[in-house]
Design a protein around this ligand. Structure first.
Ligand SMILES: [Fe+2]
Ligand SMILES: [Fe+2]
Length: 450
């Protein structure tokens, strides 16, 4: 069996990486939480065929440290960096995968390096029972399927599906047992349930952020957002549960808006986090919209909540495209960008409609959120980008349109390193939107602390 060393300090990714690599590639994994832990593992007797590491672990740039270690010990172990800035060969024997939640990409790159072909993966002769290591199973509160222990050549049932199992596994682990077994046909049940469990965990962590600094809140939001964006094409059950992350995120986004003194300070947090354009601009739009809403008579907590739910989803179908092309910026310019293929351009054209269709089936979707999402580029049917802004959109739709355009201007000046001047931008926006109902709202932008 091939062995993979996983270096990650992200509790969600730890579970995902270990479980998916074991289940899909039939490999053995060792998980460490720091560079020091990785170096210790590399110095041990164990031989690793591959290192899979986050780009930053415990605020330390992992690849460089590990590369230096490998070089000085003459080790030639290939390395995959997740959350990297490019999706290809980065250095000798070092490969990048851009999205750290992009499990498909990570599995594909790992399989290629380890010489496991798709055919082999499909034909993987795993026998009737399949080993799973205990640590990722501890992430489940109940057994995802029946679990067995091995006694020489026979297998004994440890727990049935849906029974509590935490203590049993901990006891086994204490006795030095590293693995348990599942029926081979249940392997895919486990990965699906793992995703559902992760949604619960991400939601719980979002609900548990009171009193933490803005950086921590943004980090949690970013994890939830990336997870959701990576699961747009998962099972219906997973897509349905994603609304829990969105609802919990909406509240945290509001707290972030309340706790941040200015756009500048929030932007600084986002930049140091190196979050993608889509997530960053959604957060800043949320901040701007919060301050606009605060100053209109009909605005209240309910409106802010709805706007944040809308912002969470409005561009989520673009997230994979921006991940693949991190240099991309303004949405409406994407259609003319030669780097995008036809399929990607089709998604750009329809991203508002696609996102609206995703949320419309949600049981606890805030009233009208799907329409706000569909109209976030001013087009009633959610296809394309408007040139002339219509009068008969809802006030919340208008707030979102204005806040988005303001933030585009802000990010443009940030990009071009020219100081942002609201006194110039506000008249520009007024002439862009033309009609009087917009003008009043645009003027409320003076209330946004820059
Ligand atoms: Fe947007
Ligand atoms: Fe959009």
């Amino acid at each position: 069996m091939k062995k993979i060393l996983i270096v990650s300090d992200n509790e969600f990714l730890n579970l995902l990486y270990v479980m998916n690599l074991e289940v899909y590639l039939a490999v053995n994994t060792t998980l460490v939480f720091s560079v020091a832990g990785a170096i210790e593992a590399l110095k041990s007797k164990e031989k690793f065929d591959l290192i899979l590491t986050l780009e930053i672990v415990n605020k330390e740039a992992t690849p460089k440290s590990l590369e230096n270690h490998l070089k000085s010990f003459g080790l030639k172990i290939p390395m995959i960096i997740t959350g990297a800035s490019q999706d290809e060969l980065i250095g000798q024997n070092i490969f990048g995968v851009i999205g750290k939640f992009n499990i498909q990409g990570i599995l594909k790159t790992s399989a290629k390096i380890l010489g496991i072909t798709a055919k082999q993966m499909a034909e993987l002769d795993v026998g009737a029972y399949y080993p799973v290591s205990i640590p990722p199973l501890l992430g489940f509160s109940k057994a995802p399927c029946q679990i067995f222990t091995q006694n020489e050549k026979s297998y004994k049932s440890l727990v049935r599906s849906d029974d509590p199992m935490g203590d049993l596994l901990v006891d086994l682990n204490k006795k030095g047992i590293q693995q348990v077994f599942v029926n081979s046909k249940d392997r895919l049940v486990i990965t699906n349930k793992m995703s559902l469990t992760l949604i619960e965990k991400i939601t719980a962590s979002l609900k548990n952020l009171d009193g933490t600094p803005v950086e921590k809140k943004v980090q949690a939001l970013s994890d939830g957002y990336e997870f959701a964006a990576a699961n747009l094409f998962s099972s219906d059950e997973i897509k349905q549960q994603m609304q829990e992350i969105a609802t919990a995120s909406g509240k945290v986004m509001q707290d972030v808006a309340k706790d941040s003194a200015s756009v500048k300070s929030l932007l600084a947090v986002m930049m140091s986090n190196r979050d993608g354009y889509i997530f960053t601009h959604s957060m800043i739009v949320s901040y701007v919209a919060y301050h606009m809403i605060k100053n209109v008579t009909w605005g209240g907590e309910g409106q802010v909540e709805k706007i944040n739910f809308v912002l969470f989803f409005h561009d989520i179908f673009l997230a994979p495209i921006y991940l693949k092309h991190p240099e991309l910026k303004i949405e409406s310019a994407l259609l003319e960008n030669s780097k995008l293929d036809e399929k990607e351009k089709d998604i750009v054209l329809n991203h508002a409609k696609l996102a609206a269709e995703l949320v419309v089936g949600y049981k606890r979707c805030p009233m009208g959120a799907d329409i706000l999402i569909k109209q976030h580029h001013g087009m009633k049917k959610g296809k394309g980008f408007v040139k002339f802004y219509m009068e008969d959109l809802s006030p919340l739709s208008k707030i979102i349109l204005i806040a988005e355009m303001f933030v585009e201007e802000l990010m443009k000046s940030q990009e071009e390193k020219i100081p942002f001047n609201a006194k110039l931008v506000i008249p520009k926006l007024i002439s862009e939107f033309k009609s009087p109902s917009y003008t009043k709202m645009v003027q409320s932008l003076v209330n946004v602390p820059l």
